[in-house]
Design a binder for this molecule. Sequence first.
Ligand code: SF4
Length: 124
Amino acid sequence: MAQEKDRLICVTCPMGCALEVTHEGPALVEVSGHACRRGIEYARAELADPRRMVATTVRVRGGLHPLVPVGTAAPFPKGRIMELMALLREVELEAPVRAGQVVLADALGTGVDILASRSMPAAD
Ligand code: SF4
């Protein structure tokens, strides 16, 4: 497989180092621009299994507002985010909702839970 070069921003800490990455498909060959070892691990993970935190809203029945913000408890596989969003569009919670409540456990079998980001009281 031919080697390719890409640029990545390490988001592991607020330094945001600009990484230059040489890779063969998903396999890391060389990385530069990292200020610490965690940049190498970030580049390796980003090539092999890119993940992102996901935030959106889901519907709430009987709540003070019709939607509540939710988010992934851990970074979610990037290639399956559209599938996750479609699934969350079908979710409807029952008020009240408390912050941190599991909205969807083990989303799409990834082991990542979706949690409510804030509480939503019931409408009086
Ligand atoms: S390479 Fe190290 S210092 Fe740079 S952003 Fe990543 S974790 Fe932070």
